[in-house]
Design a protein around this ligand. Structure first.
Ligand code: NAD
Length: 491
């Protein structure tokens, strides 16, 4: 299937009026350029929201909060279900928009839209099943009624790497629980968020339930929200550094916080692993989204007995990838920015200087249209030292460092030698060994003999400095509710 630049959708969005407050598009005195990372050229000028827009968004969200919180759960569910259906019906256009402003391949963008839409369906189902229980105290007499209610206005802050899924994963449970939201999308990908807000309006979300403030000044907008007593929740997805900063600000008013932060996923291959399956999974875990995923395999620990064979097959699979603009049909797109290319280049150079060898690296794309794009070619590094800098930091790019191991205890220690604890992957035909190893790894999610852990029906999230709370599953819904217990004596 071929797709073209979604100019029709873009015209309909009127990005220059891209503040979406109270169900309407508003302009701003200042605009900023949203650029195509495959060419470095601007796609659109977007309204740049500031302190006034931030307050107006909370005004709108808090005005509609009481009626949305009291709406029948089924009514909230139906809005989300309609959004799910609209998103799938408009998948092709939305995927093209994501590819255009984020750079990811159309295959990755289509997969993201499907995944993003699933959060609307999952939470449409959760909305109709509110939590609660009734019981008697052990001593008899009093009755205990436990109910849950929406936290309140929720501030949602999201990254550019999955501009649709990271936000539906928050809007879905927030609206399901009866919260209203103010959203600050990443400045690199505001159009996808505006398209989703427009879609939610058409699905029946009442004006004011979903408000969007694109900005190049996130500090001003988000700190205004965290200081506003009407905002009761912050849900953030992004880097651990910014997450720490927001948690410190949230502490001032004890704002309910959910944090989905950075990762440094180990990918462990045992000597008895099915190597074809491990390489297939490694390709997905490493190269989906050009390696720009928080769950991306960041370091490959391969047993000495199979290291050479694994690297040979992995290198062959990597060599078959096509790098270029999404609209040229490539498998792998550019990095999000020139700065990202420079950072990854420096990491690879440092690894090579400390003894690693480049076993495979694709050439940069040759298409003249791609010359100014932010491309970094997929790269396989072998003979990487266990203490190399490249395995201790989040690469966030298409570079796969392979480290050899021989001792099972040592490989677990290496996997855990990081401040992060988001995802991990274990490959072995011995399921008992794989499960025992997974249980020893400090990570919120472990893929066993598979390279993807994301699933709307499963609790997504990390331990250690990879985050607080979970998204998706029942847990994701509960993040937007507060428990109230009524102690009743009707003797
Ligand atoms: P980032 O932390 O730079 O930005 C994330 C968001 O925070 C953006 O909207 C940005 O504008 C905003 N932001 C930046 N500075 C801010 C400030 N001072 N105050 C308020 N908001 C601010 O991260 P990024 O580069 O956009 O995304 C990549 C990071 O996100 C990686 O570390 C990745 O692992 C992580 N991530 C985590 C998950 C997860 O589910 N755990 C998912 C996707 C990405």
């Amino acid at each position: 299937m071929t797709s073209t630049h979604p100019t029709t959708l873009l015209a309909a969005l009127d990005a220059a009026h891209g503040l979406r407050i109270g169900g309407e598009a508003h302009g701003a005195a200042v605009l900023f350029a949203d650029c195509d990372p495959a060419t470095g050229l601007p796609i659109a000028q977007v309204a740049d929201g500031g302190a006034d827009a931030a307050v107006a968004a909370v005004d709108a969200a808090s005005a509609v909060f009481p009626s949305w919180a009291e709406a029948a759960p089924r009514a909230r569910s139906e809005v989300l279900y309609a959004a799910f259906e609209l998103m799938l019906a408009e998948r092709e256009e939305l995927a093209s928009l994501i590819s255009w402003e984020n750079g990811k391949s159309l295959g990755d963008a289509r997969a993201e839209v499907t995944y993003a839409a699933e959060f609307f369906r999952w939470f449409a189902e959760e909305a109709a099943r509110p939590a609660g229980s009734y019981g008697s105290s052990p001593g008899g007499g009093t009755r205990t009624i436990v109910t849950s209610r929406p936290v309140g206005v929720a501030a949602l802050v999201t990254p550019w790497n999955f501009p649709a899924a990271m936000v539906t994963r928050k809007i879905g449970p927030a609206l399901a629980a009866g919260c209203t939201v103010v959203i600050k999308p990443a400045a690199e990908t505001p159009l996808t968020m505006l398209a989703i807000a427009d879609l939610l309006g058409r699905a029946g979300a009442p004006p004011g339930t979903v408000n969007v403030v694109p900005t190049t000044d996130p500090e001003t907008v988000v700190s205004s929200w965290l200081a506003d007593p009407r905002v009761r929740k912050i849900s953030f997805t992004g880097s651990t550094g910014v997450g720490r900063h927001l948690l410190a600000q949230a502490a001032d008013r004890v704002v309910n916080s959910s944090m989905e932060l950075g990762g440094n996923a180990p990918f462990i291959v045992a000597p008895d692993a099915d190597l074809d399956a491990a390489v297939d999974a490694a390709m997905v875990a490493k190269f989906r989204n050009s390696g720009q995923a928080c769950t991306a395999a960041n370091r490959f620990y391969v047993h000495a007995e199979v290291e050479e064979e694994f690297a040979r097959r992995f290198g062959d699979a990597l060599a078959a990838l096509r790098v270029g603009s999404a609209f040229s049909g490539a498998d792998l797109g550019p990095m999000i920015s020139r700065r990202a290319v420079e950072r990854i280049t420096a990491s690879v150079e440092e690894a090579v200087a400390s003894g690693a060898r480049i076993a495979q690296q694709l050439p940069r794309p040759e298409d003249p249209d791609d010359r100014n794009g932010f491309f970094f070619p997929p790269t396989l590094l072998v003979e990487v030292r266990a203490d190399a800098a490249i395995v201790s930091e989040e690469i966030f790019g298409p570079v796969a460092p392979v480290v050899r191991w021989t001792d099972p205890d040592e490989v677990v220690a290496l996997a855990n030698a990081t401040e992060y604890g988001l995802a991990a992957y274990v490959f072995s035909r011995d399921l008992g060994w794989a499960l025992r190893t997974a249980e020893r790894i400090e990570a919120g999610m472990v893929g066993i003999n598979r390279g993807v852990v994301s699933d709307p029906s499963a609790p997504f999230g990390g331990v250690k400095q990879s985050g607080l709370g979970r998204e998706g599953a029942r847990q994701g819904f509960l993040e937007y509710t507060e428990t109230q217990y009524l102690s009743v004596d009707w003797s």
